[in-house]
Design a protein around this ligand. Sequence first.
Ligand SMILES: [Mg+2]
Length: 235
Amino acid sequence: MFFPWDEIDWVMLDMDGTLLDKHFDDYFWETLVPQEYARRHNLELEAARQEVFARYQREEGTLNWTDIDFWSRELDLDIPALKEGIRHLIEVHPDSELFLRYVRGLRKKVILVTNAHYKTLDLKMNQVGLLGYFDQVISSFDLGAPKEHRQFWEALEARLGFAPQRTLLVDDNREVLQAARDYGIRYLFFKGISSSQAPAETSRRFPVLHYFTELMPAEAQAGPGRTAEDVLAEI
Ligand SMILES: [Mg+2]
């Protein structure tokens, strides 16, 4: 695929599942939290899972969903401490850093746009060391609405003055992409591989990106006899 980079000034990237391996979050929320909840409240694991999952479902698509202080109160668990305890499991997708270097080399404005809470954002970015690649890091908590809502994009434009028609957004959340499309963001990709431990997903409404390298010309990619480190050294 040749991508019209000339038509892009702004590159907006989601964090969890897009740049980072979502396996960490899936393991955390689907396995570790129910286990800890069962222990804390003296429940069978299956009963704890059902209760916790029902609570998750009620908050999907809201700021509470990613508010770890909310979940600490709601579940009576120290969620930040639990996350901290497995921080070594936080992983970057293999081609994320290569892509970030590539778009910086093209002199695009590179923005991290995430629904993650500040505490999660700090923990993850400190762990993976990608912060230096971004011109700005925006959490939904800064703007008062999650990315699924138009209000997020309005507040983002007011803050950054970006041009939606000259913006690329990559995200692994279809509702977020739809809100961005409704707002007028022109170049949208659904990140089909969000977790290293789950099958690739597809989308009928949005073009699917499995690897960031699909947006890079062949000469900027690693290949036989040319490792990602070789490419990075040249960019
Ligand atoms: Mg995501």
